[in-house]
Design a protein around this ligand. Structure first.
Ligand SMILES: *[C@@H]1O[C@H](CO)[C@@H](O)[C@H](O)[C@H]1NC(C)=O
Ligand SMILES: *[C@@H]1O[C@H](CO)[C@@H](O)[C@H](O)[C@H]1NC(C)=O
Ligand SMILES: *[C@@H]1O[C@H](CO)[C@@H](O)[C@H](O)[C@H]1NC(C)=O
Ligand SMILES: *[C@@H]1O[C@H](CO)[C@@H](O)[C@H](O)[C@H]1NC(C)=O
Ligand SMILES: *[C@@H]1O[C@H](CO)[C@@H](O)[C@H](O)[C@H]1NC(C)=O
Length: 470
């Protein structure tokens, strides 16, 4: 008994010794494979090309996934076959999506390669994604093929950004890579009896081509930043300029500035739309709403311009409600953009909060301006009366009222009609309906002896010089 177990222990020790001193002994048991191993991320991509008639390709692919990780056959993304791996819906296993691209843009799923996941495919406890798979019908794809005789087959690898992506969908939308690189792989060394390559940290048959490239999605970032600056910084500032600055040219200038930002944001958006599958056909809600919003933007910008504003007295009055409508449209467009980009929830929440704050700020300010009249409108009124400051205005009104009362007492009907006409012509310039909102019976602005009331100023828009006698 004692001797038997001792003998067995000795045998085990001998085997352990052999394994330790002759790693080649184990290697011989492993299937032929070429291995790409990337130290920085502990990413291993090993390939085995079955030398039988099946044409099967066996893959061992292990990596932290970030949001996704991909390896492809080809010199560039265009016409390459790529294996993109990301966590499944539950996050407890992997989704593998073979994809092809028709340019340097988001690759689309291709259903041709038949991938069977084999046992051992899993997410390890420390978050490594492990794929063990057999791929049939993998050697030829639209636009390219795997050259089994090539000892330096061009290959690509790429990592997605650290965004959350969990999906069972092989069509799942991907964020643009944050790092990528190229290497070559020896396909002859990868050829042998078909089997899944083993777990290893040793590269085999692989040459790196250049280093890992950091990538930035600058155009999309600029698209978002310009849109947000226009909406959340310059827009509320412009409401202030419109309401509280006498010089209307500042409001016009800032409006032009905002337009430049919006046009740039649109331009950048259109230029990057081909980058993603989900945006290249301009059918996403974000893009559709963005195009619809061009109409209120144009109306907001063009209605206060002189020849247009004179077409109908109502036109200048809808400028303020129109700006609010345009703002809401643009905010919704931005929100849909974040959704399209699959932005993190934190960013969407921050965006929603800022939108609400700026919206409330704008509306409060606009209400306040409506009540007291914009600085420009009041300055214009003073100029009209030929006076310089507020005090003179009060005086002027005082005398006007005196004169009116005098004339009224002399010949009530004639005087009153004359002055009401005058009052109507003043207030009617910016808003033709003013005569209705300040009825002659209540004295308009001159007859009643009071300061111009809200009804009067309400009808004057800052951006629109009024015409007498409208
Ligand atoms: C992951 O998927 C593989 C292949 O479908 C399967 O063999 C394995 O059991 C799965 N693991 C878990 C934890 O679901
Ligand atoms: C997969 O299953 C086979 C038997 O079906 C077994 O020999 C092999 O060790 C398993 N591989 C892994 C990685 O679990
Ligand atoms: C396939 O490769 C294995 C070695 O990996 C070799 O033993 C076998 O003979 C080869 N089969 C063919 C058909 O070439
Ligand atoms: C690879 O093998 C090593 C031991 O050789 C082990 O520690 C590691 O967890 C394995 N990795 C995976 C992804 O299975
Ligand atoms: C991507 O585009 C292809 C056609 O190019 C289409 O078949 C596929 O459904 C698209 N995927 C998504 C997620 O839009």
């Amino acid at each position: 008994m004692m001797m038997g177990s001792g003998q067995r222990g000795g045998f085990r020790a001998l085997v352990a010794l052999l394994l330790a001193f002759f790693p080649a002994f184990i290697q011989a048991q492993n299937p032929a494979a070429s291995t790409f191993y990337l130290e920085e991320t502990e990413t291993q991509f090993s390939l085995n090309l079955a030398n039988d008639s099946s044409g099967d390709v066996f893959i061992y692919f292990a990596s932290p996934a970030y949001s996704w990780v991909g390896v492809g056959f080809g010199d560039g993304m265009k016409n390459s076959l790529m294996f993109v791996m990301y966590p499944n819906q539950k996050g407890d296993n992997v989704t593998i999506s073979p994809r092809t691209a028709d340019g340097h843009s988001e690759p689309s799923f291709t259903s041709k390669p038949q991938i069977s996941l084999l046992n051992g495919t899993r997410v390890t406890d420390d978050g490594m994604f492990v794929l063990r798979a057999r791929c049939s019908d993998c050697r030829v794809w639209q636009g390219g093929f795997l050259d089994a005789k090539n000892t330096a087959h061009p290959m690509l690898y790429a990592f997605g950004p650290g965004n959350r992506l969990q999906s069972n969908d092989v069509n799942a939308p991907l964020h643009r890579h944050i790092r990528y690189g190229k290497f070559t792989m020896n396909m002859v060394a990868a050829t042998g009896e078909g089997a899944v390559p083993a777990n290893t940290t040793a590269s085999n048959g692989v040459q790196m081509v250049g280093g890992m490239t950091r990538d930035h999605d600058r155009a999309n970032l600029a698209h978002a930043v310009m849109g947000c600056l226009a909406l959340f910084v310059f827009w509320p500032l412009n409401v202030i300029f419109a309401g509280f600055f006498r010089n209307i040219k500042i409001h016009v200038g800032v409006s032009v500035f905002i337009m430049v930002f919006l046009v740039s944001a649109y331009g950048l958006g259109i230029s990057t739309s081909s980058e993603y599958n989900r945006s290249k056909s301009f059918t996403s809600p974000h893009q559709i709403l963005a195009f619809l919003t061009i109409l209120p933007i144009l109306l907001t910008a063009l209605l206060p311009v002189k020849p247009v504003s004179h077409i109908h007295a109502l036109l200048p009055r809808i400028h303020t409600p129109l700006t609010t409508l345009t703002f809401v449209f643009l905010v919704l467009t931005g929100g849909l953009g974040l959704h399209l980009y699959a932005a993190p929830t934190s960013i969407i929440l921050a965006y929603t909060a800022i939108s609400l704050l700026v919206f409330i700020f704008n509306v409060l300010l606009q209400t306040c301006i409506k009540r007291r009249g914009s600085a420009y409108a009041r300055a214009t009124l003073r100029r009209r009366l030929g006076e310089e400051d507020e005090q003179d205005l009060v005086l002027a009104q005082y005398y006007a009222n005196r004169k009116l009362e005098d004339e009224r007492s002399r010949s009530p009907s004639a005087a009153s009609s004359e002055y009401h006409q005058h009052a109507r012509s003043l207030s009617g310039g910016a808003g033709g309906a003013a005569g209705g909102s300040s009825p002659p019976g209540r004295g308009g602005m001159f007859g009643g002896g009071s300061m111009p009331g809200p009804q009067y100023l309400l009808n004057m828009h800052p951006g629109v010089p009024w015409r007498p006698g409208a």
